[in-house]
Design a protein around this ligand. Structure first.
Ligand SMILES: [Zn+2]
Length: 87
């Protein structure tokens, strides 16, 4: 992908939010993913502002959405981990 300042990339977790291509460490309002180029390139490593690896974050987000299809991070925050694991 060609990188220009005015271009956007879809959130790597939920594909709903558009982040600027230039990494700004903003949070996705839908899933809470922090736009961080290191963790987006190293999808299996938990590093940087996100406390999970990208792949683990995706897995968690999928579980959250299964239980609550209208989940919106900016409004709901994250559910307790126990709520997710007991599905
Ligand atoms: Zn997202």
């Amino acid at each position: 992908m060609t990188k220009f300042k005015h271009e956007y990339v879809l959130c790597p977790v939920c594909q709903k939010h558009k982040f600027p291509v230039i990494v700004d460490y903003s949070d996705c309002p839908y899933c809470g993913w922090c736009h961080d180029d290191v963790s987006e390139e190293e999808a299996d490593i938990a590093i940087g502002p996100n406390h999970l690896s990208l792949n683990d974050f995706r897995t968690r987000y999928r579980r959250i959405i299964e239980q609550n299809p209208s989940f919106y991070y900016k409004r709901d925050g994250y559910p307790d981990a126990s709520d997710i694991e007991n599905s």
